[in-house]
Design a protein around this ligand. Structure first.
Ligand SMILES: Nc1ncnc2c1ncn2[C@@H]1O[C@H](COP(=O)(O)OP(=O)(O)OP(=O)(O)O)[C@@H](O)[C@H]1O
Length: 260
């Protein structure tokens, strides 16, 4: 994907956000700037309540910034949303209970007016990508939480966006499923060539999955550091014991939990 933003799939420049509520103002994000190169996997990590979700939601056109500029493939978030340039995956899969797994995946294509056959073909292709080809006709309540989140990922990829924004997508899963989903996501990422922005609470998860980890300060959040994860791919469980993995997690832990 080549953008008008100098090759960056996502550009965040001097972005701030202040929420105004009946009880006063919350300065959540303070002049955050970063670029995400096309095709890379970048995580945002920071203490609870620091503003990670707010940053992801502003990029995903779910919230307007108070000031600053966001570009996705060279376009504003609202233009990029209209042009189906990104998909968004939330912490909870939010599937439609009465639709089959296949018809949940193809839901966004209904609005785009795809033919029944094209939707069916695309849906089955995506279910294969996320390893759920045998569950097309199941209802969401007939599959596990991890499988539901894979349906949500397939749905976000349905219209083939260049960028996937994921806000703590595995936060509601147990540790074993979460670990497995991380590697599953890396496989999907490698096969699909997307740019991924991944919000997480877990330092280990961020280091294991990412090319770069953006460490955010407590609220009002600003970018503390971008840590390059110097580990070859494909990543495996063995990387957890690699000295470079340990050094990167240690560096991030010292930034995020300086008094621990
Ligand atoms: N819609 C809103 N209205 C008012 N304040 C908000 C709103 N959304 C978020 N905030 C405030 O902005 C700050 C940052 O919230 P945000 O959800 O972005 O943090 P976070 O880092 O994603 O937190 P967590 O890791 O716990 O999910 C918090 O103080 C929160 O209360």
């Amino acid at each position: 994907m080549t953008g008008k933003s100098g090759g960056a799939a996502v550009r965040v420049k001097d972005v701030s956000k202040t929420f105004t509520t009946p009880t006063g103002q919350t300065h959540a994000v303070d002049s955050v700037s970063f670029d995400i190169a096309a095709g890379s996997f970048v995580s945002i990590i920071g203490p609870s309540g620091c503003g990670k979700t707010t940053v992801a939601r502003m990029i995903g056109d779910l919230l307007p910034p108070t000031s600053g500029e966001i570009l996705i493939d060279g376009e504003s978030p609202s233009m990029a949303r209209a042009g189906r340039k990104f998909g968004f995956v939330f912490q909870r899969p939010t599937l439609v209970e009465w639709r089959s797994v296949l018809r949940n995946v193809t839901l966004p294509l209904d609005v785009l007016g795809w033919s029944k056959q094209d939707k069916e073909d695309r849906g089955r292709e995506l279910l294969k990508l996320v390893g759920l080809e045998d569950f097309a006709d199941h209802r969401p309540d007939q599959i596990s939480g991890g499988m539901q989140q894979r349906v949500a990922i397939a749905r976000a990829l349905s219209y083939d966006p260049g960028v996937l924004i994921m806000d703590e997508p595995f936060g509601a899963l147990d540790m074993i499923t979460r670990d497995r989903m991380g590697f599953e996501l890396l496989r999907i990422w490698a096969e699909s060539g997307k740019t991924i922005l991944f919000v997480t609470h877990s330092i280990e998860e961020a280091v294991l999955l990412s090319d770069h980890v953006l460490s955010m300060s407590p609220r009002p959040t600003s970018l503390q550091k971008s840590v390059l994860i110097d580990l070859e791919r494909p990543r495996t469980v063995q990387h957890r014991t690699d000295s470079r993995f340990i050094a990167a997690t240690q560096e991030l832990r010292e930034m995020l939990e300086p008094h621990a």
